[in-house]
Design a protein around this ligand. Sequence first.
Ligand code: AP5
Length: 208
Amino acid sequence: MKIILLGPPGAGKGTIADKLKQEYGIPQISTGDLFRAAIANETELGKQVKSILDRGELVPDELTIALVQERLKESDTKAGFILDGFPRTIPQAEALQTFETLDMVIDFRVRDGIIIDRLTGRRVCSQCGKVYHIKNMPPKQEGICDICGGSLYTRSDDNPESIQQRLKTYREKTEPLIAFYSKLGLLKALDGEGSVEVVWERFKKLIK
Ligand code: AP5
């Protein structure tokens, strides 16, 4: 299965991708995670993109396309992949069409008020990357990952200013992809509101 998870920041793409990769055994390719890993490792790419991510703006298309194209050459993508956060612009989508054939694009629909609540309450494990939410999916012990015991942190772009900018960027640059993939007959809309379990059940029905 070659699938794209499309939707605004905080819509739950990463949360569903995590379940999907476990169920189907295919890799989740999150451009956001790739950029954050580069920042954490202080690579040349990380230095270039850090301030862009913190502001909630988009990394230039050329850099992002090259990164994904390289990642898709790895052997673990042969049986399929989940693209989480890519493409995010029309040029990225057009480039992807030249090197991949997709099965479907799932468009997560969630209202802004819910998105803001999800993003301001998100906490991420500094060691294994597991994602929590202080109200919706709290860890058993505050600030500590249930899985590996790592400490939880708030992403540097999960602050009110960056969230507003990310929503604006999404409307301007990414929302046009809904029409792009709809024209290609690949788009399926997912109601992304409700608990994780409810959304996951809806998602599984949609991709069958
Ligand atoms: P990226 O990391 O992709 O961030 P994003 O799109 O803003 O998406 P998020 O990770 O914030 O949200 P999500 O939908 O995965 O939500 P999650 O499942 O975590 O990108 C970050 C930055 O990198 C961009 O701003 C840009 O600068 C750069 N970048 C990345 N890709 C790029 C590209 N292609 N081109 C250019 N630049 C790029 O859920 C959020 C919270 O809600 C969690 O706490 C979770 O526990 C909770 N939650 C999830 N689902 C539910 C539910 N159903 N009910 C209750 N709570 C829920």
